[in-house]
Write a protein that binds this ligand. Structure first.
Ligand code: UT7
Length: 329
């Protein structure tokens, strides 16, 4: 294709709520143990939103940091896209609350529902707008307050998730000079809808006293099935992004922080060493759409990305959905 504009990442930011919930805290609620959670997932603690703190509040903090690092003002934004499955409310979109609070007066705003793949789906959407010349400056956020949708009596799900937000400012490469998006991949398989779902509150099963009594307002998952899918999908996505390059060209893989054992098994399947992977799941748990942008922000701020090296971002989640991005830093 000709005349496409190269797109890069101009700045990143992230935010997690101050409230820390440790595995020992969860031991008091369900039949679990710190040892089991650490061994099976790598998670040691997660952050939960305070009462009254909603998804857009986390987005706002992460967005401000990303805009500051990109040296861009909110009025210069053409797009605000929020990947989330735990919005402030069903209507309007969380992106509209963020747009208003930032003062992004020229921007279009919408949410993307792709669960844990939400940030990468949003990033690819922004990249498509900018590369086609339909927008110049986009704010892309992955954010969740999943703690509101956890059944704190269901030990298979309540130990996994945490709250947080990560953001990236995406611009034409000529404006930012780094983080070039070289490849993108997105996919879905709706036959796996039952693996991770929240049944209540939509048009099929609107909230009633009965749906609340049956617990349909909570996230349910079939962890074992997701586990098997995840190992194969993560390694396939990384291989797809790395095709044609040597392992030495790859600076870092920043994967969805789904479960340390899944990430380890995916790297084993590829025959890649774990020092190619960034992990922060011990601190935050699985923050769904927020894991990749929080991790990206942390590696950028820690100076872990060498200029010129390749970075692979990858994620998968409810839907089932998946996505991956290859960046040149
Ligand atoms: O980002 C996308 C969303 N994420 C996911 O969908 C999660 C993906 N799956 C996983 O991360 C893992 O499958 C889990 C962490 C959910 C579970 O780990 P696992 O190694 O797959 O355990 P399992 O489900 O096979 O369960 C093993 C045992 C069972 O007991 P029995 O039948 O062997 O006696 C479970 O009942 O562990 C038991 N178990 C627990 N024990 C203590 C399940 N959850 C817990 C728990 N604490 N929290």
């Amino acid at each position: 294709m000709t005349n496409r504009i190269s797109v890069g990442i101009a700045g990143t930011g992230s935010f997690v709520p101050a409230r820390v919930v440790t595995n020992h805290d969860l031991e008091k609620l369900v039949d679990t143990s710190d040892e089991w959670i650490v061994q099976r997932t790598g998670i040691r603690r997660r952050h939960f939103a305070e009462e009254g703190q909603a998804c857009s509040d986390l987005c706002f903090e992460a967005a401000q940091r990303a805009l500051e690092s990109a040296d861009l003002s909110p009025e210069e934004l053409d797009l605000v896209i929020v990947g989330t499955v735990s919005p402030d409310q069903l209507i309007p979109s969380t992106a509209c609350f963020v747009q208003e609070r930032l003062g992004a007066t020229r921007a279009g705003a919408f949410d993307v529902n792709a669960a844990c793949s939400g940030f990468l789906t949003s990033l690819h959407t922004a990249e498509a707008f900018i590369s086609a010349g339909r927008a110049r400056n986009a704010l892309v956020i992955g954010a969740e307050v999943l703690s509101r949708f956890l059944d704190m009596e269901d030990r298979t799900s309540c130990i996994i998730f945490g709250d947080g937000a990560g953001a990236a400012v995406v611009r034409p490469l000529e404006e930012c000079g780094r983080g070039e998006i070289l490849r993108t991949s997105l996919g879905a398989d709706g036959s796996g809808a039952e693996f991770i779902h929240m049944k209540g509150g939509g048009s099929r099963l609107p909230a009633t006293h009965e749906t609340l009594e049956q617990g349909h307002q909570y996230i349910r998952l079939r962890g074992r099935e997701v586990y098997r899918f995840a190992v194969t999908k993560m390694s396939d996505l990384i291989a797809e992004m790395a095709e044609g390059y040597d392992l030495d060209d790859i600076g870092l893989v920043v994967p969805h922080q789904v479960n340390e054992r899944i990430i380890q098994a995916a790297m084993d399947r590829l025959g890649w060493p774990m020092d190619k992977v960034f992990l922060n799941i011990a601190e935050y748990g699985n923050t769904s759409a927020a894991t990749v942008p929080i991790a990206l922000d942390e590696v950028v701020r820690a100076g872990r990305l060498e200029p010129g090296k390749l970075v692979i971002l990858c994620a998968f989640g409810a839907g089932l959905t998946w996505g991956a991005t290859l960046l040149r830093w």
